[in-house]
Write a protein that binds this ligand. Sequence first.
Ligand code: NAG
Ligand code: NAG
Length: 401
Amino acid sequence: MALQTARTPLESYGTSTHGSLLLLLLGLGWMLPSRAQAADTGLGLTTPWLQHTSRDQSWPQPELTVIIPRAWRGTEKKACPPGRKAQVVDEKLVFYEEWELEACVDGALLAAQMDRVNLIPFTYQHLHIFKRKLDKFYPQGYPESLIQHLRYFFLSVTPEDIYKWNVTSLETVKSLLEVSKGHKMDAQVAALIARYVVRGGQLDKATLETLATLHPTYLCRLSPEQLGSMSLNVVWVTRPQDLDACSPQQIAVLYPKARIVFKNMTGSEYFENIKPYLGGAPMEDLRALSQQNINMDLATFKKLQTEAVLPLTIAEVQKLLGPNLVGLKAEKGNSLVQDWISRQSQDDLDSLGLGLHGGIPNGYLVLDFNVREALSGGPHLLGPGPVLIVTSNLLLAFILS
Ligand SMILES: *[C@@H]1O[C@H](CO)[C@@H](O)[C@H](O)[C@H]1NC(C)=O
Ligand SMILES: *[C@@H]1O[C@H](CO)[C@@H](O)[C@H](O)[C@H]1NC(C)=O
């Protein structure tokens, strides 16, 4: 009988590998070459050879169904056993083996019944399989209709997944924020907020309050207005690195909050805390800081607002930087440092003994911008840079010489 004879050569292979088995099946003409090609991974079978063998079918077809399932066991993706295909997401799936979940549940079902997925106590392994199925089903990212129903499944997604999403509903953002509470989901939350605000989404007061209690890695993605309406709590949970990507406008909004939060601290404790926000500090506050012996580092100095630094005197900057003052010399390329130097008297700079050049030569004075504009009859007529006016003494000396 055909079935009997068909088994013999296969049994004799015993522990045959997937590859040799594949060859054998092909040789026997039992597999369609296209299937074999898809299944084969390491043999490099060429199409002409496959075409040749496929024409040479010497065995009848019925044996195929008997032998292939035996041969494939444990080596390739298995088919869903009859009657096990999931039509609904329900408790029965908890008792499925992982390979059965893989074979019998599809992404479309999971997407349609996400609410049910969240009601059933699936293990992390189960959820991991579901996640893979969904990702395969939506390679471009989940649609918002699914995101709205994600709930606890949100805990399984990565920031990279979220950056593919379009989120336009504040309700969705809120529900996912709620889910993420108490889990280490900062990066996911940051991504979610980013995807929401990038499409013009507005955050309400309550949401901003919630955000203010998480590590705000998303801070720099909020507009200055949104930052402005966040509570002071946000300062307590903000780490310096959360501010790295913020613009001066954003820092300017956060600075007054930080100032209030840290106002009970003094000296170096205050300075260390307020430091990441100082890019938003006005001149008066820098002046006050210069009295506190804080020895500001140059990296912080260079991030200060130009308008806040330019009016500072040499003595004030000297006090602000302390021993770090010597570092100014190396900052030739920094426009803030150069602008400030260009407003100081060269004599006074020389008295620092640091070799700082570019100050105002003795006998000249700098006119305030407003005076300059008044004199020139309007802005921008004189071009950038301070205006040097020869003082009367020098003029006199010139005339008399
Ligand atoms: C998000 O929106 C963009 C532009 O409208 C679209 O191209 C993209 O496919 C959308 N992505 C998803 C996951 O819906
Ligand atoms: C500052 O200290 C006072 C008294 O110690 C306290 O009542 C107040 O709440 C503190 N303020 C802040 C912002 O911590």
